[in-house]
Design a protein. Structure first.
Lengths: 113, 281
């Protein structure tokens, strides 16, 4: 959501709204990571009183969805695509092919075996 | 750097003896001045010893000695059409390269380990055979001159990664293309090395890191009993040095999480739920 979005552009790759959104989600997740983990710890610790654990559950469920790690989705740095993105190169399959054929990716060659 | 540079110099001077031999054969009857002029045009050649005039003339029939002989000497030594007699290397007068320079053309020298206790495993990785071979050679030579017994380069199994992608950017899955990336690995093991020397060696290799070659080192040290206290101090010192590098990695925030949980349990909202106040985080 826009309350988390940086006021000034802090990205230098291909940019569209979805790329920006994903970038924001990554930053928010990092910021709230410890808080989420602490709440999860309280929820799962069976030695603590049930009321406290219920309280932690409530708090966790009320946290913003951007603080979840599952919201993060890898996107292509060349075109912002979300599908068929290689983790090794952070590129979708077609930009990867073009770059590999041009020899821009170190060590990647056409294979034949 | 010094070894690299020396190697380059030798590469450049490698071509000269043969060219000079050809050249001198063609201009055998030129005057002494011409030969000297020719000598001045090739500054990168290691300075050859001039044939001393007191020696017998037939001793100087080597490759490089020829260019410096006068006509009279040449007439004496090599009459045309006759095969030259063999002279064992130790009696020849022609200059040889210094041993340290000559060693660059040979396999890297190694020192023998006395106990064979591994102290450092250096793994070199590259996508390029030439680069990784060259740098492994360089590392071995550096280890030799640092008096470190090194074993290797041991070729480790190659890592082959393959990707198959459709040729088109949209549909048409029938037509695909394969790409691969093969990582070559070499292992160099230092045995019985003093930890400081190993560090110097690693720092030297990092300083002269070769393009396209990655390095990874596992270092083992042997300490006396009761190192715990010194390790605590060194860990604190290490933190400052390592923190900027660790910042690039995603790490588990275990310590921060436990502190945060402790804070939360002390907060008013949780105290009302009857949570016991933890004594220590």
């Amino acid at each position: 959501m826009s309350q988390f979005r940086a006021k000034k552009l802090d990205l230098s790759c291909f940019i569209n709204v979805r790329v920006l959104r994903d970038h924001t989600k990554r930053k928010v997740f990092e910021q709230y990571e410890t808080e989420r983990q602490a709440l999860r710890y309280i929820i799962r610790n069976t030695t603590l009183p049930g009321r406290a654990r219920a309280q932690a559950q409530l708090q966790l469920s009320q946290m913003h969805c951007y603080t979840r790690s599952t919201q993060i989705n890898n996107r292509c740095i060349e075109g912002g695509k979300s599908r068929g993105v290689f983790k090794d190169f952070r590129m979708a399959r077609y930009p990867f092919r073009m770059n590999a054929l041009e020899g821009n990716i170190p060590g990647v060659k056409k294979a034949s075996w | 750097m010094s070894i690299l540079r020396r190697r380059d110099q030798c590469r450049s001077s490698l071509g000269t003896p043969s060219t000079r031999a050809r050249f001198s054969a063609a201009t055998r009857y030129r005057s002494q001045e011409d030969a000297e002029l020719h000598n001045r045009n090739l500054p990168e050649m290691p300075a050859p010893f001039q044939t001393p005039p007191s020696k017998p003339a037939n001793a100087s029939t080597g490759l490089l000695g020829e260019g410096y002989n006068t006509d009279a000497q040449m007439a004496q030594t090599t009459p045309e059409g006759q095969p030259q007699e063999y002279i064992p290397p130790e009696q020849r007068d022609d200059p040889r390269l210094p041993r340290s320079v000559q060693a660059i053309y040979l396999k890297p020298l190694k020192r023998r380990a006395q106990y064979g206790v591994p102290t450092c495993d250096l793994q070199l990785r590259s996508y390029n055979v030439r680069n990784v071979e060259f740098f492994a050679d360089f590392a071995l030579r550096a280890a030799y001159y640092l008096h470190l017994p090194a074993a290797g380069p041991i070729p480790l199994p190659r890592i082959t990664e393959r990707w198959t992608v459709p040729r088109s950017n949209f549909i048409f899955k029938k037509s695909q293309e394969n790409f691969e990336r093969i990582t070559l690995r070499r292992l160099i093991q230092i045995q019985d090395g003093h930890s400081e020397t190993v560090e110097i060696w690693l720092a030297f290799l990092r300083k002269h890191a070769y393009y396209g070659v990655g390095m990874k080192a596992n270092v083992w040290q042997h300490e006396k009993l009761g190192v715990g206290k010194t390790m605590d101090v060194s860990l604190e010192n290490l933190k400052q040095a390592m923190e900027p590098k660790w910042a690039h990695f995603g790490r588990r925030k275990t310590l921060e999480t436990s502190e945060r949980a402790f804070e939360m349990m002390k907060s008013e909202a949780f105290q009302r739920t009857g949570i016991p106040l933890p004594s220590s985080a």
